[in-house]
Design a protein around this ligand. Structure first.
Ligand SMILES: *Cc1c(COP(=O)(O)O)cnc(C)c1O
Length: 362
């Protein structure tokens, strides 16, 4: 079986963890600080604040920008549930704006959703592709809104030469299926010193000084074992990304022109880092998406559907009263199919995937 995702862990990650364990400094210690500094430098921000996972990092980023009950945050319905849930965790209301051809939120649709309650925009850079950040930043500026970028799938992705996570306050995940991992882990990146300070305090029980608490905080700290893995993974990230991009290019060349298969759309000026290689299986295909997927799996090719149900249609959100339809997200949910693209996918694997896809798309 060619898996749809595979973490790339070597002996250097293993010995880095063993070193931390021998040192005895295992939680929110020197390795976490080093990882934060190196990650901020990589993304191109002044500050980075590590946390226990991507979901807590999203929650922290929103809290650090003062998002609270009664506020509205505009985001996409076509994403992992944690994007919208983190807004709900703050007591605020996610307001959905539909997506464009790049699977990301459509800036024009954001503007239509702004009310006097809107406090922030949360663009999600899905699958490794940056959102259209120029109009998004212009809208945010015009209306005085914070921008919390969910970059959990897009470490190293760029928009006009600038890395995602450096436009507003960025949020990253280091879950094992992401482009780099720490097992579990998350990170906020920002140039906003006040937000960085508040995030680091909320992460640690809402304290500036031990046992004195000025705001409601949580335990969202990262371990030094995780940070030690992250430091090694970050040093390999560009190599991982280049391997993904090369695999994606070969897939795209081989799939171009197949009937009923739409290859990933990459607008000019964006460096796609291919956390997922996602095609659309349209009505023109002789199989439907789910049948094609089952056939690929039967032949040993791992696939994924990210995501089968837009968030506004999830039972949880239906129960919260969400009714508005999101036609583009709905369409994407019925068409998307992700193929293996990670660095452990070999040239032979890709040749096999392409030959099967060609055979099934005749
Ligand atoms: C993975 C992911 C998250 C959550 O990260 P965890 O580390 O799993 O908590 C949030 N948003 C998106 C878009 C993700 O892909």
């Amino acid at each position: 079986m060619i898996p749809i995702a595979k973490p790339m862990i070597g002996e250097d990650e293993i010995s880095a963890v063993a070193d931390v364990m021998r040192s005895g400094m295992m939680a929110q210690g020197p390795k976490v600080k080093q990882f934060e500094e190196e990650f901020a430098k990589y993304i191109g921000t002044k500050f980075a604040v590590a946390s226990s996972n991507g979901t807590t990092a999203l929650h922290l980023a929103l809290l650090a920008h003062g998002i609270k009950a009664g506020d509205e945050v505009i985001t996409t319905p076509f994403t992992f549930i944690a994007s919208a849930n983190s807004i709900v965790m703050c007591g605020a209301k996610p307001v959905f704006a539909d997506i464009g051809a790049d699977f990301n939120v459509d800036p024009q649709k954001i503007e239509e959703k702004i009310t006097e309650k809107t406090k922030a925009i949360m663009p999600v850079h899905l699958f490794g592709l940056a959102c259209d950040m120029k109009p998004i930043m212009e809208i945010a500026e015009k209306h005085g809104l914070a921008v919390i970028e969910d970059a959990c799938q897009s470490h190293g992705a760029e928009y006009n030469g600038k890395r995602v996570g450096s436009f507003g306050t960025g949020v990253f995940s280091f879950y094992p299926t992401k482009n780099m991992t720490t097992g579990e882990g998350g990170m906020i990146t920002t140039n906003d010193e006040e937000a960085a300070t508040l995030a680091s305090e909320i992460r640690n029980q809402g304290s500036k000084q031990r046992y004195f608490h000025h705001v409601l905080g949580y335990n969202f700290r990262m371990t030094d074992m995780a940070a030690a893995i992250g430091i090694v993974q970050l040093s390999k990230l560009e190599r991982f990304i280049e391997a993904r991009r090369a695999n994606a290019e070969t897939l795209t060349k081989g799939l171009a022109g197949l009937r009923g298969i739409v290859i990933p759309y990459i607008p000019e000026g964006r460096r796609h880092v291919f956390n997922q290689y996602t095609v659309r299986v349209t009505l023109g295909h002789r199989m439907n998406r789910d049948t094609l997927m089952a056939e690929l799996n039967r032949r040993g090719i791992g696939t994924g559907v990210y995501y089968p149900l837009p968030i506004n249609r999830q039972p949880l959100y239906r129960d919260m009263g969400y009714e508005e339809e999101m036609p583009e997200s709905e369409k994407a949910a019925s068409e998307v199919l992700s193929l293996p693209v990670h660095p452990a996918v070999t040239e032979d694997n890709i040749a096999f995937i392409l030959s099967v896809m060609r055979e099934l798309s005749k």
